[in-house]
Design a protein around this ligand. Structure first.
Ligand SMILES: [Mn+2]
Length: 307
């Protein structure tokens, strides 16, 4: 029965994308079709999943390198269907693809990731990477910056990840946004769900004019309305560990899955890429967090497809 109640849109237009941002209209006028012609608007590419099995920059506990196949399995699980909540059926949908897992050497991980993402962009793909620890966002953003210029980044996380260095490691998963900001690759960094700000990172946030939306201040949808190229970085620990225990750094007091999806749905702009990072299967309980990742991935894909 999977997918039986859903629609596949025959065409994709900027008009539909625009309407969708105010509340998706994908089901309106949608027809079931297997013959899609040119469904991706000019300037965009095909969303493509890519696993990045790398966790050597984790500061506390490894395990996120094992996440990509488990997220894929949850995403495609027969326990549910592949429809987004807006009604877009991703089952057999040619509007997105799966590029498989990236080969990443521990010694040259950032070089490999940046090159791998660049190759995807050259093929006209928009990467949705499945991590991996959060350090991978830095080389991904480098590749995107070379193609699109300065990006707006919407960053869901319990942590600001703005450390100048952490435990002597400038590439730590606690540092990616410091690296990204140093290289001026960002038009605006907007952090959502933060609840572990400390004096050092506060100073960093002030220095780089980061818009920090603390957990306590949510909901805050208006600040997510952007124009131009947008990158979404989703650290699973933005969610409360009650909903997503499968993370290395459980930080109570976080978002519900619904709150996260409402903020995700509120984002506007041209989404040129996204990542889903820090899911640690070793910490999961009954694959609960895997299911949450599958759900977030579906909605991310829907978002990138304009729904
Ligand atoms: Mn985090």
């Amino acid at each position: 029965m999977r997918g039986s109640l859903c629609w596949i849109r025959k065409t994709f237009t900027a008009e539909i994308a625009e309407k969708s941002q105010a509340g998706c209209s994908c089901a309106i006028g949608a027809v079931k079709s297997t013959a899609m012609t040119n469904p991706i608007p000019a300037g965009h590419g095909t969303p493509a999943l890519v696993g990045i099995p790398f966790d050597a920059n984790s500061s506390f506990m490894r395990g996120t390198a094992e996440a990509p196949p488990i997220i894929r399995e949850a995403f495609r699980s027969d326990s549910t269907n592949l429809c987004t909540e807006s009604g877009l059926d991703l089952e057999g949908n040619p509007m997105f693809t799966d590029a498989g897992d990236m080969k990443v050497s521990e010694d040259h991980a950032f070089r490999d990731i940046e090159a791998g993402i660049s190759q995807m962009l050259d093929k006209g793909q928009r990467p949705i990477s499945l991590g991996g620890d959060h350090s991978i966002t830095y080389p991904i953003v480098r590749a995107l910056y070379r193609k699109f210029g300065q990006l707006s980044i919407i960053h869901f996380d319990a942590h600001p990840d703005l450390y100048e260095e952490f435990d002597g490691n400038r590439n730590s998963h606690a540092c990616p946004f410091a690296r990204i900001l140093e290289e001026s690759m960002v038009k605006q960094l907007i952090q959502v769900g933060i609840r572990t700000m400390n004096p050092h990172q506060k100073k960093q946030a002030e220095k780089y004019e980061v818009q920090v939306i603390e957990m306590e201040k949510l909901p805050m949808y208006d600040r997510l309305k952007r124009a131009g190229p947008v990158y979404i970085s989703f650290d699973v620990d933005a969610l409360d560990p009650a909903f997503a225990p499968g993370v290395s750094h459980r930080e109570p007091g976080g978002m519900t899955v619904r709150e996260a999806m409402r903020h995700l749905h509120a984002i506007t702009g041209d989404i040129v890429g996204a990542d889903l990072v820090e899911y640690n299967p070793k910490q999961d309980v009954s694959n609960l967090t895997a299911a949450v990742c599958g759900k977030i991935l579906k909605e991310l894909l829907g978002k990138m497809l304009g729904c």
